[in-house]
Design a protein around this ligand. Structure first.
Ligand SMILES: CC(C)(COP(=O)(O)OP(=O)(O)OC[C@H]1O[C@@H](n2cnc3c(N)ncnc32)[C@H](O)[C@@H]1OP(=O)(O)O)[C@@H](O)C(=O)NCCC(=O)NCCS
Length: 215
């Protein structure tokens, strides 16, 4: 593969027969997780995220391996023939697939993020947010949040590696990792969806353009 591929899908079409077909196509563990969810939006997103992984594997010619979760809850294909990571927010599902460990995050803008970001941003990041005109702050906060979460998810150690330990510098052309708790030669790539949602991906190889998939 040598590069990282990012797939995105809108899961809101998974209703009726499409929902039943998706339910039949995913793993037993996913079906059990979906059965435990109460919100139809969350059920469709969870189902759609795994379905997206199988569609991505198909596109990339990868084997449909069984999935196992490690001690931190991060799923891997059995035997780790490749790396992947899933994220879902609202009806959007994202799947990043790579030769290396990979993390991805998708989030929609919401005002509460400005407050939450305060907690996980370093001094330079906070100063950058304050320097922006108010109408640009939420999108920048969303960028910091998704970038930090993608890095945490690439590490795969859950919340024990805090988001505040990854700090970024943002420009209109992309993000640069300024400080990190681990020595890794990571690359980051960001995508903005028409809805304003932001996706960030962290991986050890070049990250390709987004593949948009219809489930
Ligand atoms: C993983 C985590 C960052 C998820 O963040 P989130 O913004 O709520 O959710 P996202 O939609 O972005 O990502 C969820 C997906 O990440 C994946 N995931 C789960 N655990 C993960 C981990 N430790 N690292 C990376 N990815 C993980 C899963 O595929 C999950 O989706 P699924 O359950 O539908 O398969 C967060 O919940 C977390 O850190 N959990 C671990 C908690 C922990 O430390 N537990 C200790 C266990 S010993």
């Amino acid at each position: 593969m040598n590069t990282t591929h990012v797939f995105v899908a809108d899961t809101s079409a998974l209703v009726g027969d499409a929902y039943r077909r998706a339910y039949d196509a995913v793993s037993d563990a996913r079906r059990a997780a979906v059965d435990r969810l109460h919100s139809p939006v969350a059920q469709r997103a969870s189902l759609g995220a795994e379905l997206l992984l199988w569609r991505a594997s198909n596109v990339l010619g990868l084997p449909k391996a069984s999935l196992v979760r490690d001690a931190h809850g991060k799923p891997h294909p059995e035997g780790k023939p490749f790396g992947f990571n899933l994220s879902h927010s609202g009806s959007v599902a994202v799947c990043a697939v790579s030769d290396t460990e990979v993390g991805c995050d998708v989030e929609h803008p919401r005002d509460a993020l400005l407050k939450v970001t305060e907690r996980v941003c370093g001094n330079a990041e906070k100063a950058f947010l304050t320097s922006l005109p108010p109408h640009e702050r939420l999108d920048a906060a969303l960028r910091f949040w998704t970038l930090k979460e993608s890095a945490v998810k690439a590490c795969g150690k859950g919340l024990s590696v805090g988001m505040e330990r990854f700090c970024f510098s943002l420009t209109n052309n992309g993000a640069t990792l300024v400080t990190a708790p681990v020595d890794a030669s990571w690359q980051f790539r960001e995508f903005r969806l028409p809805s304003g949602a932001r996706i960030a991906v962290c991986a050890g190889t070049t990250i390709e353009d987004l593949h948009i998939i219809t489930l």
